[in-house]
Design a protein around this ligand. Structure first.
Ligand code: PEP
Length: 263
C-alpha cells in the first residue's frame, strides 16, 4: 500500500497546522522526555521562537533499563497539552501500549512508534485504527524493507498519515551511538509515497553530530527532522548526552534555511 507508483505525487501528512511532505523541511523539536512544567514550557517557547513547527516530548519512555527515568506518564501529557495551548505548536509523543492510544489521541496531534516497538504489531494496528498521524521509527536492528512492512500494518487500517523515521541502526561502528543510514532515506523516498523524517539526535548520540547529520539528511531528501533540545542537557533525565542547547538549535535552524530553500 505504500508503494510509490500507487501515489506518485506523494502523501502529505498533517500534524495539526503543520504539513510534512509538501516540499518544505519541517523541524520538530523539544525535550527527549517531558520532565517538569518549567522545562516543558520554556523549551516549547524557545523552539517555537527559532522556527520549529512541532513539539516533541516523551511522557512514556521505553528505557533500556527499568532503573532509568520512565517518564511522567499521564501528568506529562497534561504538560504537553498546556505547551501546545501556549505556543500553538502541534505535539507528537511516543505511544508504548495499545491501551493508551485512545487517551493519547484525544490530546496530541501525532503519535510516535519508537524504534523498540517498530514490530509491535498490536500497537501498529491500534495506532493505524486511531487515524492519527504517526511517526514510525525504524528499529535499530531492522532493515529498510522490514520498516516498510511495519508501515503496511498502519496503512492496512486505512491510515495513510504515516511518516517513516530513520533514527540510526546498530553497526560495527562504535564512535556514534548508532549509525545514521542515509541510504534508507533515499530508498524510502524512491520506493514509497510516504514522507521521510530523520532523527539526528538519537542516531549520533552527541550534540556535535546533530548539525552535520541534519544537513546531510536534508540533502538526502528528508522531509522532516526531529531534534532533541534541552535547556540544561547535563541535568536531563533522559538522553542528555545527545541534546543540543537552544543557541545550538538556533544556529542549526539558520544553517538549514538556505539548504531547505534551495532543494
Ligand atoms: C525518542 O524519540 O524519544 C526515542 C526513544 O527514540 P527511538 O525510539 O528512536 O530510540
Amino acid at each position: 500500500l505504500g508503494r510509490r507508483d500507487l501515489r506518485p505525487a506523494g502523501t502529505e501528512v498533517s500534524f495539526g497546522p503543520t504539513t510534512i511532505g509538501d516540499g518544505s523541511v519541517a523541524v520538530i523539536a523539544g525535550p527527549c522526555a517531558v520532565e517538569s512544567p518549567e522545562q516543558t514550557m520554556a523549551t516549547a517557547a524557545v523552539v517555537t521562537e527559532h522556527g520549529a513547527v512541532g513539539l516533541r516530548g516523551g511522557v512514556f519512555k521505553p528505557r533500556t533499563s527499568p532503573h532509568s527515568f520512565q517518564g511522567l506518564r499521564w501528568d506529562g501529557l497534561d504538560l504537553l497539552a498546556e505547551a501546545r495551548e501556549r505556543t500553538g505548536l502541534p505535539v507528537v509523543t511516543e505511544v508504548v501500549d495499545p491501551e493508551h492510544v485512545k487517551r493519547l489521541a484525544g490530546v496530541v496531534d501525532g503519535l510516535q512508534i519508537g524504534a523498540r516497538n517498530m514490530q509491535n504489531f498490536a500497537l501498529l494496528t491500534a495506532v493505524g485504527q486511531s487515524g492519527l498521524p504517526v511517526v514510525l521509527k525504524r528499529g535499530f536492528g531492522c532493515t529498510v524493507e522490514e520498516t516498510l512492512a511495519a508501515a503496511e500494518y498502519l496503512l492496512l487500517e486505512g491510515n495513510d498519515q504515516v511518516v517513516l523515521c530513520e533514527r540510526g541502526i546498530r553497526t560495527f561502528e562504535p564512535s556514534a551511538r548508532f549509525t545514521l543510514d542515509l541510504t534508507a532515506v533515499a530508498l524510502w523516498k524512491q520506493r514509497t509515497h510516504l514522507p521521510v523524517m530523520v532523527d539526528p539526535s538519537h542516531s549520533g548520540g552527541r550534540p556535535e553530530l546533530v548539525g552535520p547529520l541534519s544537513l546531510a539528511a536534508v540533502a538526502a531528501g528528508a522531509d522532516a527532522l526531529i531534534i532533541d533540545v534541552h535547556l540544561q542537557p547535563e541535568q536531563a533525565l533522559c538522553d542528555g548526552a545527545q541534546a543540543i542547547r537552544p543557541q545550538q538549535f538556533a544556529d542549526l535552524m539558520a544553517r538549514l534555511a538556505p539548504l531547505a530553500a534551495g532543494l
